[in-house]
Design a protein around this ligand. Structure first.
Ligand code: ACO
Length: 358
């Protein structure tokens, strides 16, 4: 096979990439390097719902060459073949799945969707029509074990991409919630932000669930979560719905997860500044155990915070990592860079490895 020049120009020398990050923004945690190394030990089949996109194909080239994942391209075969040729990519051995070319399978998938959704307002006709949507098709491939993980979302709104996955694959047993976590890799180390992508206005109970999901998500990266529940108030200093909701969620989460370090409700600067806590809140469980995991009271605050930090701050954002799905599905931020796509796939592969052990 031809030696792919694309990969070369795209920095997949992970060691060099991490060193560059370290120099540029002082990041010393080789977090993604660890994930990629783990992924390469046992690469998994990842289906790309948007394989007719050149950024996806370029990321796939790297992932294939570096053996981080075993890619499956989903989409219009003609269009994908054309893009591969036009851009001089080498996709030898990479399967292309074109739903339109296999009527029988499309029908089979539609039948299964109908079985799942017949009491949720869908007719057989609608199910067969929905299956032509690659987010449904890709989710069904993962559901039926034809792929180990799904990557989508580069070109479509988040809600439109996540709904098919929720309907076809659904949430893990023991939860009824999913949430999106971002790793903000900064010069002060990695920080985990959640929920940044799914739950618009969670109740206190739902925040407790988000805390549980997020704690597991942080542990996935071999890091011990130290959780701050954020608000505009510090331990009852201000009134309002968010203040009382986050205070309540903190107490419930402390009771539900006694093994975890959880503190709140608190303002973001207090969460990240031990001196303020020592001076004013000497009872804080985060003293001596600096917070690395920030739980936001709602989607606006979480989503705005991570986007501001990634645009204005010296941080690399990795995610959103979708927590709580029954099988690995990860939905890219609209317009993600090739590097972001590669990072997410590495996470998806390790996610799939972990699921296999269960
Ligand atoms: N966790 C788990 N399952 C859920 C959740 C959730 N948070 N929300 C809905 N579901 C399930 C429902 O239980 C339902 O399952 P069922 O049909 O099997 O009973 C299914 O999903 C559909 O439920 P609906 O009520 O029809 O879905 P809803 O209209 O609530 O939409 C969605 C869910 C798409 C997640 C919605 O909450 C949403 O749009 N969230 C915001 C997403 C967003 O715009 N994020 C910001 C941008 S992302 C970024 O910046 C990268």
């Amino acid at each position: 096979a031809m030696d792919s020049g694309v990969a070369k120009t795209m920095i997949l020398d992970w060691e060099a990439y991490e060193l560059e990050l370290q120099e540029r923004i002082g990041i010393d945690q080789r977090l993604m390097l660890r994930v990629v190394t783990r992924a390469k030990k046992n690469p998994k089949r990842v289906v790309f719902a948007e394989a007719d996109n050149i950024k996806i194909l370029k990321a796939v080239q790297v992932l294939k060459d570096e053996k981080v994942a075993i890619p499956i391209l989903l989409g219009n075969k003609e269009k994908i073949d054309f893009l591969i040729q036009e851009n001089n990519l080498d996709m030898t051995g990479v399967p292309i799945v074109d739903p339109y070319l296999d009527e029988e399978k499309l029908k089979h998938f539609g039948d299964i969707l109908f079985e799942k959704r017949k009491r949720k307002g869908l007719t057989p006709q609608e199910c067969h029509r929905l299956m032509k949507d690659r987010n449904y098709y890709g989710a069904m491939m993962v559901e039926l074990g034809e792929a180990d993980a799904l990557i989508s979302g580069l070109t479509k709104d988040y809600p439109k991409t996540i709904l098919p996955a929720l309907q076809v694959i659904g949430v893990k047993e023991g939860t009824d919630r999913v949430a999106g976590m971002y790793i903000m890799n900064t010069s002060k180390g990695p920080f985990f932000f959640s929920d940044t992508t799914v739950n618009v206005n969670p109740t206190a109970d739902q925040l407790v669930e988000i805390i549980g999901l997020t704690a597991n998500g942080v542990k996935f990266f071999d890091i011990e979560p130290r959780i701050a529940v954020l608000s505009y108030s510090n331990f009852g200093s201000a009134k309002g719905d968010v203040a009382s909701k986050t205070a309540k969620a903190t107490l419930m989460a402390k009771a539900k997860f006694p093994e975890l370090v959880i503190e709140g409700e608190m303002q973001a600067n207090v969460a990240l500044n031990e001196e303020i806590q020592i001076g004013n809140y000497p009872f804080s469980d985060l003293i001596g155990k600096k917070a690395n995991t920030l739980i936001f009271p709602d989607l606006s605050s979480g989503n705005i915070a991570y986007k501001l930090l990634s645009e204005l701050g010296n941080a690399e954002a990795i995610g959103p990592i979708l927590l709580g799905m029954n099988k690995p599905v990860h939905i890219l931020q609209l317009g993600s860079s090739i590097r972001e796509i590669i990072n997410m796939v590495a996470v998806a592969v390790v996610d799939a490895q972990t699921q296999e052990l269960k």
